[in-house]
Design a protein around this ligand. Structure first.
Ligand code: GUN
Length: 293
């Protein structure tokens, strides 16, 4: 069994990005600039955004954090999105999700200029991704592809089960794994809360990508010996022994599943660090106007 080290891979990629940024700036080019909009004080979102700002520093990017209280109106938020769209100094920006219930996430996502949508959530980027055109790809699926690539994991012709059908992970992941390219070329099955025979589908999988949000959902009896297991779960479970009062729990029963696998990602330290790293790659692409001018 090989443990896939997302933390070390992300560190290596951020160093590669920082080198490229140095070269760009030394040649008189512009330092990439990412802005993040954070609404309210959700613990998870605070941590994610803080880590995104730290990653920007590590990559040599400029970053701007824009904060609003949870009672900000949708109109005010949309005005800020419009301002960021027009600001030539900002190469890309994100609005951290989830948003308070009185704000339509979809309206906000669609208000973002797709050329600055480094989250890859805008329908134009989602559509372009699904037909294999250059675009911003959402960070978690792209981070997983990068891990598969760097660990030389064969996906062509393999049976891949994606657990979960969210717009952010499950759907784009399934789309990417079936693309006619490497990593990809897999036979993909998407299972979700209403799937019949879910366990049986998993048992037949060469690759399981678990993004269902239920701690320890994938148990040893669902895993074929030699399978590749990618765990996207990051549920916070109370843990009095930790300073934070919680620990992160994956979707996979790691202790019992790991001995069966050829490759497996741990939680934490697997997919999580790669997600932020993918956002950094998208920001570099935005700075270079790689996909859109
Ligand atoms: N909330 C959870 N994941 C993400 C992400 O990748 N981007 C944004 N903007 N919000 C999130």
């Amino acid at each position: 069994m090989t443990l896939i080290d997302g933390k070390a891979t992300a560190t290596a990629i951020k160093a590669e990005i920082a080198e490229e940024v140095q070269r760009i700036v030394a040649a008189g080019g512009k330092r990439p600039h990412l802005a993040a909009v954070l609404v309210g004080h959700d613990g998870g979102s605070e941590t994610y955004v803080k880590n995104k700002v730290i990653a920007c520093e590590q990559c040599g990017f400029t970053s701007t954090l824009i904060r609003y209280e949870a009672d900000v109106t949708e109109e005010e938020l949309l005005r800020k999105v419009d301002e960021l769209n027009r600001n030539d100094d900002i190469d890309g920006f994100i609005v951290q999700l989830p948003l308070p219930r009185h704000i339509s996430e979809q309206r906000v996502i669609e208000a973002i200029d797709y050329r600055k949508d480094v989250d890859g959530f805008h329908p134009i980027n989602v559509g372009r991704m699904s037909i294999g055109l250059p675009c911003y790809i959402s960070a978690t699926p792209n981070g997983i592809l990068e891990l598969l690539r760097r660990y030389h994991i064969e996906t062509s012709g393999k049976k891949c089960v994606v657990l979960g059908r969210s717009n952010i992970v499950g759907k784009p992941m399934a789309t990417l794994m079936m693309q006619k390219r490497q990593p990809g070329d897999a036979t993909v099955t998407v299972c979700h809360s209403h799937s019949a025979n879910l366990k049986e589908e998993c048992r037949q999988a060469d690759i399981i990508i678990a993004a269902i949000g239920t701690p320890h959902f994938v148990t040893a009896d669902m895993v074929k010996p030699g399978a590749v297991i990618i765990d996207v779960g990051t549920t916070r479970v109370p843990d009095a022994t930790r300073k934070s009062g919680y620990r992160l729990c994956g979707d996979v029963d790691f202790d019992n599943v790991a001995p069966l696998c050829s490759f497996i990602t741990p939680v934490p330290g697997g997919v999580g660090p790669m997600t932020i790293c993918s956002l950094m790659k998208n920001t570099l692409s935005a700075g270079k106007k790689e996909f859109y001018s």
